[in-house]
Design a protein around this ligand. Structure first.
Ligand SMILES: NC(=O)c1ccc[n+]([C@@H]2O[C@H](COP(=O)([O-])OP(=O)(O)OC[C@H]3O[C@@H](n4cnc5c(N)ncnc54)[C@H](O)[C@@H]3O)[C@@H](O)[C@H]2O)c1
Length: 262
């Protein structure tokens, strides 16, 4: 367990999947949590779960591709919970399509959510962290695909955005280090969420294989021999959010059951 009591965390894409698990875990460590999602209903459900377990949370509906929505989300979070200590940029999407078939809109949508929004949220939230002078944590969702693109599915554009997340994390870490703001990212492997349901479904259609077949192939390549849970990722994020990682910055940490080792 890590002690996050008195800390305020904002997690994007926290209505389901990995973001939800991160929100629940950081709340269990004592943090107050702003649950941000495009989908208001799922954000409300996660906030209610935290409420019922005795934690403190608010749900905020926001599209993190829009700078005005991000400023509103920040202001609502601060008004309800106080200054933000920890920002988790987790919202992300995938598109299963080879580069040569991808439209400009699809490319822009992927980059808008997966990387541009991480810069916009950091730009909106880090200045107050700097002004307070108490440091802070910015934690970004990268992926194993941010190091090695998938050989199983045509998700090269997604992999490109995740490579960008790693570059952004390293560069922002240098810029914010003088202010004692740590910037790191997590690189999960095959996590059992709606994102993998999408990949599996699309691959079933593309390759005329059974539903579940692509996921089973991906899992068969994992040295630790099982699919990853959102909670596996939350375990790492809890560490990155805590004082235990105060000497770590600019890192892209694999949490992949051994399937990515660099
Ligand atoms: N599932 C995996 O195997 C896996 C592996 C490596 C990395 N990741 C990364 O982890 C993160 C979470 O993935 P997940 O599997 O939980 O995905 P998910 O699809 O289950 O959840 C993503 C959440 O983000 C929200 N979201 C999407 N666009 C948004 C927007 N514009 N504004 C606000 N919220 C938005 C969605 O509504 C959803 O609740 C993503 O960045 C993903 O790329 C996932």
């Amino acid at each position: 367990m890590y002690d996050l009591s008195g800390r305020v965390v904002l997690v994007t894409g926290a209505g389901r999947g990995i973001g939800r698990a991160i929100a629940l875990r950081l709340s269990a460590e004592g943090a107050s949590v702003a649950i941000v999602d495009l989908d208001p209903a799922t954000a409300e459900t996660v906030a209610a779960e935290i409420d019922q377990s005795g934690g403190r949370a608010i749900a905020i509906a926001a599209d993190v591709t829009r700078a005005d929505a991000i400023e509103r989300m920040r202001d609502e979070s601060i008004a309800a919970l106080g200054p933000i200590d920890i920002l988790v940029n987790n919202a992300g999407i995938n598109i299963v399509k080879p580069f040569l078939d991808l439209s400009e809109n699809e490319w822009d949508r992927l980059f808008g959510i997966n990387i541009r929004s991480y810069w916009l949220t950091a730009r909106a939230i880090a200045p107050a962290m700097i002004a307070r002078g108490r440091g802070g944590k910015i934690i970004n969702a990268a992926s194993r695909a941010g190091k090695t693109p998938s050989k199983l599915s045509p998700t090269g554009a997604y992999a490109t955005t995740k490579h960008a997340v790693i570059g952004f994390t390293r560069a922002l870490a240098f810029e914010l280090a003088p202010h004692k703001i740590n910037v790191n990212c997590y690189c999960p492997g095959v996590v059992d969420t709606a994102m993998w349901d999408l990949i599996d479904r699309e691959m079933a259609q593309r390759n005329q294989v059974d539903l579940g077949a692509t996921r089973a192939r991906a899992v068969a390549e994992i040295p630790l021999g099982r699919i990853q849970t959102p909670e596996d990722v939350a375990n790492l994020v809890a560490f990155l959010a805590s004082a235990e990682s105060d000497y770590m910055t600019g890192q892209a940490i694999n949490i992949t059951g051994g399937s990515e080792i660099h």
